[in-house]
Write a protein that binds this ligand. Structure first.
Ligand code: FMN
Length: 336
């Protein structure tokens, strides 16, 4: 018996596309979204996504195989478009017959979408504007994620509620659009589904699940935090365009400001090109996030978290979180 008939009916397109029971993606989180969390999400009826981040093709190869060993359900792989070995990473996904590849972090470079489609996988893209969304969907993107600035990690400037109102009426009838950023309860999921979303993507809500390998100190910081503690990084030098990152306030935020000054100075001195400078910033984030997630250095590492962090108060199994989100959505829809 389906406990969530109304929610499932609204999620039907998204769930069919993903090949899972509930159209709830756990957004890729570098260092956090590895074999354990990804398989747990997919085993619980959601859709897990491996965060490739800065992994080499060899490491991604191992991670996909290890995830397969833990679940026979579908899961995706998230690749960062500026990764210098993007095409090799795509080849690894092809060798493993990964069904869904998410391209994050910028406009997919020429040939990448085609290479993914060549082995029959679906391509999920991000787009900050409707014009770019249309272009990406025309040129091979099979589904779209719109992500508001409430989210954890790298963010754009517009709130989820505004993006949803702008994108969904225009795109949702013909295309599959998943909404991300700031979602902590099922009532919000119900609202986005009613607006036409095919499903939703959450990160912060799953980062501290029992199955997440994040360090106990990282999880404790989440359980203590409120929405207002999850702040966006500031750009200190107008010549160095850095994508803002939302994370819990700590010393690490100050270290990032210093890092930006250092990279901007190297740029001024002609020691690095702009592309290299931006890559240096991204490497910085990958290292800082690892320090917090893996080593548990919650002072100097990066505690990437979205504004929904205030709703994360204890460690729970993924299945419990998904069941609660579905039940909350169902109750909200039944009340209509
Ligand atoms: C700790 C953390 C790490 C993240 N790392 C990545 C990443 O490597 N690649 C990516 O595309 N998104 C990343 N994200 C964004 C998530 O995939 C997801 O879209 C976002 O968390 C959704 O918003 P929410 O945090 O409000 O639920 C990260 C988010 C968090 C909280």
């Amino acid at each position: 018996m389906n406990l969530y008939p109304k929610t499932s009916a609204l999620m039907a397109r998204g769930a069919e596309f993903l090949g899972c029971d509930h159209a709830i993606l756990c957004g890729a989180m570098s260092w956090v979204s590895e074999r354990n969390l990804v398989s747990a999400i997919s085993n619980a009826g959601g859709f897990g996504v491996i965060a490739c981040g800065a992994m080499t093709p060899e490491l991604l190869d191992v991670e996909i195989a290890a995830t397969r060993a833990l679940t026979d359900k579908p899961f995706g792989v998230n690749l960062i478009t500026m990764h210098p070995q993007l095409m090799e990473l795509i080849e690894v996904c092809g060798r493993h017959r990964v069904g869904h590849v998410v391209l994050a972090g910028g406009i997919p470079p020429k040939g990448s979408v085609e290479a993914i489609k060549a082995f029959g996988a679906k391509v999920i893209v991000f787009a900050p504007t409707i014009a770019l969304a249309k272009k990406l969907l025309r040129s091979g993107g099979d589904a779209l994620v719109i992500e508001g600035m409430e989210a954890g990690g790298h963010i754009g400037p517009v709130a989820t509620g505004v993006l949803a109102q702008e994108f969904l009426p225009v795109l949702a009838e013909e295309h599959l659009v998943f909404v991300a950023g700031g979602i902590g309860r099922g009532e919000a999921i119900a609202a986005f589904l009613e607006m036409g979303a095919a499903g939703v993507q959450l990160g912060t809500a799953f980062a501290c699940a029992s199955e997440s390998i994040a360090h106990p100190a990282f999880k404790a910081a989440f359980f203590r935090a409120n929405a207002r503690d999850a702040v966006a990084s500031v750009q200190v030098d107008p010549r160095l365009p850095v994508i803002p990152v939302r994370a819990l306030k700590n010393k690490g935020g100050e270290l990032f400001t210093a890092k930006q000054r250092e990279v901007a100075a190297a740029l001024d001195a002609g020691e690095v090109e702009m592309g290299e400078a931006q890559l240096a910033i991204e490497h910085y984030w990958a290292g800082a996030l690892r320090r917090a997630v893996i080593d548990g250095d919650v002072e100097h590492g990066s505690l990437m978290a979205g504004q929904s962090v205030g709703m994360v108060t204890e460690e729970e199994p993924v299945a419990t979180i998904i069941a609660r989100l579905m039940a909350e959505s169902e109750t909200a829809l039944a009340r209509r």
